[in-house]
Design a protein around this ligand. Structure first.
Ligand SMILES: [Zn+2]
Length: 337
């Protein structure tokens, strides 16, 4: 039995037909976790769907109305890059409910994984890039509204920049100065990437992504790491380490939302980085350790993953559960030391 819960529903499946986004990956992840005895049935918990009131904490009434009534324009549907149907909306409401539940359980258990969610390209008034509702932004706003948390941090490791999240949480002032912790000498081996700092309000947003990839307009996050094409494990992990330590020096979150995209993988169809499956597991460990030693709760969402072989995407997502189990079974939290 795992020391944390896995939030999942069989209705996470998105009926979008033949698509590069394999919406059956959620079911395959669950099956592999059970088959490898990483998890058992009792580790899984089924979420309720989010309510419209929850979604309205992030999205505009006009947009939510269009989703509920099926009145998106053809252009809006095209921008989403997945076909609209009421069933797809239902699935997104369930992924969002899953992220709310995962955030609640992370506060209780230290960590919780939503075997879904991570729809970081959804903006308040429109969806894009396979994302209709920004589930973890909604989860943050719901917990803030209830008074359960004040400050949150998003750590987005999907290969694509978290444009919706950056826009929602409004790191509006772009300051291209390097952070105090950043020194060209120390990062001398890491050529080709840039790091920039924006402002942050009650949510601090970190995004590590391929610079030369969708989205082409990237609203400023609190920290953006713009990685060069072909960036490998060593460079990626060094930048992640740097971003986490810089972010956590500047900001003291009560919850981390970790967006554990599988698409920085070297064989991803929509990504141009060069991470290995092992490197991606070390990435997960790094995030969990950084949170664990500081006793900051972490909720995880899965976001993208479009490997040539769906089995690789599924293995990368399962490794996130294995990495969490290893870290939370062995690393003491600050509170318990
Ligand atoms: Zn992605």
């Amino acid at each position: 039995m795992l020391p944390f819960k896995l939030v999942y529903s069989e209705k996470y499946f998105l009926p979008i037909g033949e698509h590069v986004f394999r919406a059956d990956k959620y079911r395959l992840i669950r099956e592999l976790l059970l088959q490898q005895t990483v998890a058992d049935e009792s580790d899984f918990i089924v979420p309720p769907p989010a309510s419209e009131a929850d979604v309205l904490l992030v999205h505009s009434p006009l947009y939510v109305n269009k989703l509920m009534e099926g009145s998106l324009t053809a252009r809006e549907e095209l921008e989403m890059e997945i076909p609209y149907s009421p069933q797809v909306v239902e699935a997104f409401m369930l992924h969002t409910g899953g992220s709310i539940l995962a955030a609640e359980l992370a506060l209780k258990d230290g960590v919780c994984i939503n075997v879904g969610g991570g729809f970081h390209h959804a903006f308040p008034e429109h969806g894009e890039g396979f994302c209709m509702i920004n589930d973890f932004a909604v989860a943050i706003r719901v917990l803030q509204k209830r008074g359960a948390i004040g400050r949150a941090m998003t750590v987005d490791c999907d290969v694509h920049q978290g444009n919706g999240t950056a826009f929602i949480f409004g790191a509006a002032t772009h300051k291209p100065n390097p952070l105090p912790s950043w020194s060209p000498g120390a990062m001398g081996t890491l050529q080709g990437a840039t790091m920039s700092e924006g402002s942050s309000k009650d949510v601090f947003t970190i995004s590590l992504h391929q610079a030369n990839n969708y989205p082409f307009i990237k609203p400023a996050s609190s920290i953006d790491i713009n990685l060069p094409d072909g960036c490998g494990d060593v460079e990626y992990l060094a930048w992640l380490d740097n971003a986490l330590s810089s972010g956590l020096r500047q900001f003291d979150p009560e919850l981390i939302c970790y967006v554990a995209g599988a698409d920085p993988f070297r064989e991803d169809q929509l990504g141009g980085l060069n991470l290995t499956i092992e490197g991606l597991k070390r990435r997960d460990e790094l995030v969990f350790r950084a949170a664990r030693v500081r006793s900051i709760p972490v909720m995880v969402t899965y976001a993208g993953g479009y490997a040539n072989c769906v089995e690789d995407t599924v293995a990368i997502h399962c490794n996130t559960v294995i990495a969490a189990a290893e870290v939370y079974r062995t690393v003491p939290s600050e509170a318990s030391r």
